[in-house]
Design a protein around this ligand. Structure first.
Ligand code: 5GP
Length: 198
């Protein structure tokens, strides 16, 4: 596989990485396209198949694992598999795009290892684990049990931050968005427009 750049945003669930990734996708000069992951977790709220995820059953997912269709995959939570299909990255590179990922820390680091030169791996740090809990509860799309599972995982994920190329502290969202935009612009080799000009 060869093509454009790979931009990875990894973070504990609730850190704000999805908001950052969406913001970056709106910047035309970055020429980004979102890598839609495959998952076996149930659909949440207004999520659409093929847009947020390729939703599939556990057995469909396992079939793809067997066929070696994934660039990386992970059982992020029990029976909730997530993975990046090779065909997804190939498709976006063929369109001349830089590919941006919203994936978990293990998957992110795996892609970085496979494509060290082409990849910018960014870790988004929440202010604290307590703040993370508040954000996940506010989102209220999941049961307390699921939220607790995500919190438990967050502490482990936070320990991996030093392995990433860059760390963004998401204490203030506007600052984090600005910082993320600058980092990606530098990496893909374009000039970020000044704030006044926006
Ligand atoms: P959520 O269920 O909140 O959409 O995602 C749960 C976690 O799985 C998040 O940390 C998300 O970034 C991660 N994730 C989403 N897609 C992938 C993927 O393709 N591979 C890996 N390894 N993790 C993913």
């Amino acid at each position: 596989m060869e093509g454009g750049k790979l931009i990875i945003f990894s973070a504990p669930s609730g850190s704000g990485k999805t908001t950052i990734v969406r913001h970056l996708l709106e910047q035309p000069e970055l020429n980004l396209a979102f890598s839609v992951s495959a998952t076996s977790r149930p659909r949440r709220g207004k999520e659409k198949n093929g847009e947020h995820y390729y939703f599939m059953t556990v057995s469909e997912f396992k079939k793809h694992i067997k066929n070696d269709d994934f660039l990386e995959w992970e059982e992020v939570y029990r029976d909730n598999f997530y993975g990046t299909l090779k065909t997804e990255v190939e498709r976006l590179w063929a369109e001349g795009k830089n590919v941006i990922f919203d994936i978990d820390v293990v998957g992110g680091l795996r892609i970085k290892k496979k494509y060290p030169e082409e990849t910018l791996a960014v870790f988004v740090k929440p202010p604290s684990v307590d703040e993370l809990k508040i954000r996940l509860k506010k989102r209220s799309t999941e049961s307390d049990n699921k939220i607790n599972m995500r919190i438990a995982k967050a502490s482990v994920e936070l320990a991996t931050a030093p392995q990433f190329d860059k760390i963004i502290k998401n204490y203030d969202l506007d600052t984090a968005l600005e910082e993320a935009h600058q980092l990606v612009a530098d990496f893909v080799g374009v000039t970020k427009r000044s704030k006044k000009g926006e």
